[in-house]
Design a protein around this ligand. Structure first.
Ligand SMILES: *Cc1c(COP(=O)(O)O)cnc(C)c1O
Length: 438
């Protein structure tokens, strides 16, 4: 008989392993570019042995992605209170598919409403937690598709965007709009924000239903489309406006940047990720739309044994799901907007400091400007192979982790600051690691 722990024993043992991990998170190698093979689960053997196997053969090979110097993609960490709340989510194990018999679904609703206020999303918008911005973009686009189908049943919608995230194309494919219906509109010179005049010209010529996708925080440079202007165009040309604000909506917390989101309250659907800049654990995002009636047409899963309106399962792809709202509720309740704004502002300042350091070194060009928390840069000399070799050397050092991209025809590197625990001392360490690269 294998040893089977009680809840108390299991929690205590996991807590010990977690504490050891958290204690050396800022010191450990940021990314594990070379690692041992993952152990398959043994066919039984008891809890202690299983946990020991994780401690020996898995934990050492994890990245320090929740730590302060992981700048790949846009990857937030986890605050202590968010971690505590997430443990409670699993402990409580509520299913938010329905609103019957538990306060859980209502807790999600009040959390969705609180964050709508933070971001400046119209109060009447319907919001629900989903697994990430990709799923939120899917909810937005599928709802837009349904809106378009009511205009002309025989024509698929066309999506217009300057520099949409790749998840928009994925969402288009899943939604049945099709990747081929994407129209790339010119961006402003030296920027990744859409050229509003070019978008107007494209909409003017277009026949059939149109969806405009605005970027609030473009993933290479953090740049913003002119949402207010796009909302006016959407009105004039009867288009659906979807705003992908996966991380950029956090600009609403900073007086110096909140104007970049003007017009957001006029969007028909909005995406925001919380597992990025809110620093709650994976997976967490909110999909807001102005047309829950259309969402219901698509996502309804009515059955005699399931609940009825307004149960959450009728509005997003999932039926059963965990109480994702709790960590987001907890961060707000613990720190308030002012507390969240502190690390958002600090991350933006860190991006500026990195960009200045890179420019001062004379080896790099910063591309597209630093608009928020991301620095996109390229070696002054060299092609994609040179960039790959340089980035590999940097990441292999273990001090920092960054990811490659392509911008304005150049092989580039992205560094995105979105961690609550990053400091200017980390920026100094990162610049030192860069200075040490060949
Ligand atoms: C990260 C990101 C996405 C995809 O989000 P996931 O959480 O990975 O699903 C979509 N849009 C933008 C702008 C993003 O930054």
């Amino acid at each position: 008989m294998p040893d089977l722990p009680s809840f108390d024993q299991a929690i205590a043992a996991a807590s010990k392993l977690a504490a050891a991990h958290l204690a050396n998170l800022p010191q450990r190698r940021v990314a594990q570019m070379q690692r041992a093979a993952a152990p398959a689960p043994p066919d039984g053997g008891g809890f202690d042995a299983a946990l020991a196997l994780l401690a020996e053969r898995v934990a050492p090979w994890l990245s320090a992605s929740p730590g302060p110097r992981y700048l790949g993609f846009v990857t937030g960490g986890v605050t202590p209170e968010a971690l505590a709340a997430d443990w409670l989510v699993s402990t409580w194990d509520q299913n938010v598919s329905n609103a019957i018999g538990s306060i859980a679904a209502e807790l999600e609703s009040v959390t969705v409403a609180a964050y709508a206020q933070v971001f400046g999303i119209a109060a009447g918008m319907h919001g629900q937690f989903v697994s990430g911005a990709t799923a939120a973009n899917l909810v937005g686009l599928v709802t837009a598709r349904e809106w378009a189908a009511r205009k002309t049943a025989d024509q698929r919608a066309t999506v217009f965007a300057g520099a949409a995230h790749s998840s928009i194309l994925k969402a288009m494919a899943i939604a049945g709009i099709g990747r081929g219906q994407y129209r790339a509109v010119a961006t402003l010179p030296g920027r990744t924000a859409v050229d509003t005049a070019a978008l107007e010209a494209a909409l003017q010529q277009h026949r059939g239903p149109a969806i405009v996708v605005a970027s609030a925080g473009e993933v290479n440079t953090g740049d913003f489309d002119d949402i207010d202007a796009l909302a006016s165009l959407a009105e004039r040309y009867d288009a659906w406006l979807h705003v992908d604000g996966a991380f950029g909506l956090f600009a609403s917390l900073l007086p110096t940047l909140s104007a970049r989101l003007r017009g957001l309250e006029r969007a028909h659907s909005v995406t925001v990720d919380l597992h990025k800049w809110l620093n709650v654990p994976y997976d967490s995002a909110i999909a807001y739309t102005s047309r829950p009636d259309l969402q219901r047409e698509i996502f309804a899963a009515s059955s005699a044994y399931l609940g009825s309106d307004p149960d959450p399962l009728h509005f997003t792809p999932e039926n059963s799901r965990r109480l994702r709202a709790l960590p987001a509720w907890m961060v707000m309740a613990t720190r308030g907007r002012a507390g969240i704004a502190e690390w958002v502002a600090a991350n933006c300042a860190q991006a500026q400091a990195l960009a200045e350091g890179l420019a001062a070194s004379g080896r790099f060009d910063v591309l597209g400007g630093v608009h928020l928390n991301i620095v996109c840069f390229a070696l002054k000399e060299g092609d994609a192979a040179a960039r790959d070799a340089w980035l590999q050397a940097l990441n292999a050092g273990g001090e920092v982790f960054m990811t490659p991209t392509q911008l304005f025809g150049r092989a580039a590197v992205r560094a995105a600051f979105s961690n609550w625990s990053t400091t200017q001392a980390d920026v100094a360490r990162i610049l030192a690691a860069i200075a040490a690269t060949p």
